[in-house]
Design a protein around this ligand. Sequence first.
Ligand code: 26Q
Length: 748
Amino acid sequence: MKERILKNIAAIQTAGKSTAELYNEISSAVMREISFTAPAPDQKSAYYLSIEFLIGRMFYNNLLELGILDEVRDILKEKGVNAAVFEEIEDAALGNGGLGRLAACFVDSAAGLDLPVYGRGIRYKYGLFKQKFENGFQEELPDDWQSFGDPWGVRRENEARIVKFADAEVRAVPYDIPIIGKNRINTLRLYQAEGSEGAEKISEYLYPADDTEEGKLLRLRQEYFLSAASVGELVDAYVAVHGTDFSAFPAFNAVQLNDTHPVLAIAEFIRILTGSYGVPFAKAVRLAGKTFGYTNHTILPEALECWPQEYLKKLLPEIYAVLKKLDERQRREFRRKAVLEEDAAAMRIAKNGIFSMANTAVYVAHRVNGVAKIHSAILKDSLFRAAYLYTPEKFVNVTNGITQRRWLMLCNEELSALIDSKIGTGWRGDIGLLSEMKKFRKEDTVLAEFAQIKSKKKEQLAEYVYRKEGIRLLPDAIVYAQVKRLHEYKRQLMTAFAILEIYEKLKSGELAGFKPTVFLFGAKSAPAYFRAKGIIKFINEIAKKIAGDESVNKKLQVVFVTDYNVSYAEKIVAGADVSLQVSTAGLEASGTGNMKFMMNGAVTCGTMDGANIEIVEQAGRENNYIFGAEVDEIDSLRRNGYDPNAILAQDGAARRAIETLVDGTFDDGGRGYFRELYDSLTVGASWHKPDHYFILRDLPDYVEKLLLINREAGTHEFTQKQFANAVSSAYFSSDRSIREYAENIWEL
Ligand code: 26Q
């Protein structure tokens, strides 16, 4: 196959062709030769249902996975084409953040491990919006990710199916994307909605605005569209081979629900079995239980999806009927088992006419998992405490992971080559072998090479930032990066205050020997998230002020990169020295960016939250910079009272930093953003107490760690710490995560 692909590519005429034309021709030359591995009919398959797949750019990754990236570069070079031109190609950004990128890493690992695991999602016409800054304010533009074409997607016209809503019939047309592994090519199938009367709207946008009833109904349609297309396909395929005795369905199919968004798949499965095949309700529920697993990705109450019965009745009456029956069955069961009322209330599928998707999933699925040890523990002790009491066997942990193919081999060829030169290339097929690098921890020549690579990746990052933003990063600076979705609990605002404190100390001459430092931010805010947008503007204001201050701007720089996405992340994780992971303890389910930085040799400056805990377990706490309140302390502050204003009264540096929101230092153009942020910290709001995310509790410790890092950076010991992180990262390969899913949940 390789040889034929290379021959095809060598035959392409490049002269006078645009990047888009070349991209399509090269990609098609690959697609012509590859064939999707068909699932063996006697083998169990797993399906990963996800409303997001944040794939990024497929071009280089696919060539890497085929093992022909270098050869293709050489062929193109001979023709006078620099393969880097394809960096112009848009990312496929059919996701928001962590959950969507995890889905992409998981399908990659499954193919790499030669496992029959297939993704099912939605082929949005427009992915996550493109971000622009206008005077420091975020603006959103539509993301036309197919503007260069979509040569990697194969439309399967004859496998289209109908999804029925009360008021419409919509065609779900599959587009199959190859997920390339060494020994097999799996399918990521994305459904596109087509038909009359605005059917296409269903797959037009990722996360349509849901501040109106119409928006919410559209979102419900999307969720059912994905669920029904996927389940319909699996049931039809089963019946074609095994007939209508569904007893063996779970022996051949596992379905993983990536958060609650596809939970209607459970109801759809029961609807089809009972309605079309006469399976008794109880048996259908039992079969659904054996088939479905549910992964929770967040404990934030606002993200736990609930649907009012009116919506369900209006759009999906048969699904409503199934959910209602499930709820009744659950009520009967609770009475029979004399479940305490308090526990029953926590587990109810329906309460006051509102259906909880999480409770539906927890009730039916045979496995419920969190995504890092601490998160899974929190699910057991708080969010799903009652369910854990009655069905402890359902609850498991699978710590997230990232694919080392994109997040090390592709984004850091230099570090990968160093590893090859020290331990051979075996680690490329078996990431566990990466740990063999640990024996070089004290070898000065290896550490020196490692440090040199970090500098080189930093230069490349600086080049990229210059190309994208027109800003020159301070040369040879320590790069601290906080890149992730903008959310209050992730506390980008705390980093902003820490920077202001450091800025003040620098100006007052307190920080002798302070080494040049760059704070790099990248984040998109949900378009309607007022406070998050305020935080972006605030950080951009700080960046501007510091850049304009000749007394510090050779030492300190703040850059908020525009339109942070997967391709940007590939540059940032490779070039950064310090990974900022500073969520309020207990609130970041796992984080996966933290793992990408670690794998590329950044130290973590963070709280004991999510996978940070496991990162320091693997790499050593002494090799990272951990600070702040831990979960128990946060819980006790929540219970026993927390007074940020008392801290402000004591801590002048924090007070001055926070006052800049309202004392005229910075300008939000009269939009009220900064006052809102200030009040959220000092007064609170109808729905929360002041400083809900405990910024003022952790800020002093944070500043101290940032400054400690500044003192240590550049030393031999610091390089050792960075190295220790990179070589201890094998555990965070999504290959390990997928093996755990395959063994403990899917039983493949
Ligand atoms: C819910 C209701 C209505 C509309 C939207 C939503 C919604 C949308 C997206 C709820 C949640 C999400 C996304 C969550 C997410 O990305 N969570 C992240 O998942 C990662 C992978 O497990 C973790 O590493 C992160 O810690 C977690 O924040």
